[in-house]
Design a protein around this ligand. Sequence first.
Ligand SMILES: *[C@@H]1O[C@H](CO)[C@@H](O)[C@H](O)[C@H]1NC(C)=O
Ligand SMILES: *[C@@H]1O[C@H](CO)[C@@H](O)[C@H](O)[C@H]1NC(C)=O
Ligand SMILES: *[C@@H]1O[C@H](CO)[C@@H](O)[C@H](O)[C@H]1NC(C)=O
Length: 279
Amino acid sequence: MERNILIYLTILTVIECSKNLGKICDLVTDDLLKQCYLRETLVSLSHSPNQLAVNKLTNTVYFSYDSGQGEYIPAAVQIDTKKVTILKGVKDAFAVTNDPINNEMYFGGSNGIYKYNPALQSLKRLTLKNLDIWWLFFKRLIYFIRFPSLNVYYYHNRSVKPLIPLKNVTVNQFVLDNDENIFFINGTGLYGIKNGKSDIILLRDNPRFLGMAANNKGHVYLCSENEIFVISKMIQKVKKIVNIQGVLGMTFDKDNNMIYSDSHEIVRLLPISKSFSKF
Ligand SMILES: *[C@@H]1O[C@H](CO)[C@@H](O)[C@H](O)[C@H]1NC(C)=O
Ligand SMILES: *[C@@H]1O[C@H](CO)[C@@H](O)[C@H](O)[C@H]1NC(C)=O
Ligand SMILES: *[C@@H]1O[C@H](CO)[C@@H](O)[C@H](O)[C@H]1NC(C)=O
């Protein structure tokens, strides 16, 4: 019964663009609209952590990179100018997310959580002790996964509380969609929890999902070693879109274009047809 209300996975598959399409298309999709994408490299920099986030006001991608000294340094690339800025003051930024209402960014790592307001250029460390952060997610509240337990908590009223349906559950990454359903991945598979319910429903245990992100409309995207997927609420609609190897993190710009990182660069995918630009 529960399964009906959930969610059907749409499988996106890659077809590498054939050479004769030249530079017009970099990735052809098997989608109904025969859409294809241009790959636009935003920055070539080794990217290890698995989170990226865009400040929609300034259209700037925030990410972190390995300093080579056991610490991740936060940085930003403005999408239109490709200007890269290194942020100072955050000690270890493994995770990053954005608050789209206040246009603020959060960074998390071995020194807890920092809140950064780009407009005011203000940086504040939340008063949380002994927190090592693995993953951040913002939806009205700041949610996070602690390391090494990989359990999910949120911060409210200056205190840390477990997210009840996920209490004691090992979670590698999670997001909430627009209906406040929870989706998470761990080493066993992709799971969903309907808003207000406590049943944890296994949605897929194959392929192995390595990353996830919600786009600006709350649609949930996933990546495996070779493919990118979207969770669709349309009944049993399975369509292929795109296959990209080695994706570590995903996010969406202010126009909902996908941005992803792999171990050496951050790339934006620009659809050729405008009719498809909003997914
Ligand atoms: C937050 O704290 C305020 C004041 O201490 C309290 O009145 C309120 O009920 C708290 N809210 C929640 C959701 O715990
Ligand atoms: C969570 O784990 C703790 C410690 O292992 C245990 O005491 C507690 O009962 C568990 N809670 C739930 C809801 O399973
Ligand atoms: C993933 O979560 C499910 C649901 O709680 C749990 O049964 C499973 O053991 C978890 N997998 C890992 C590797 O912790």
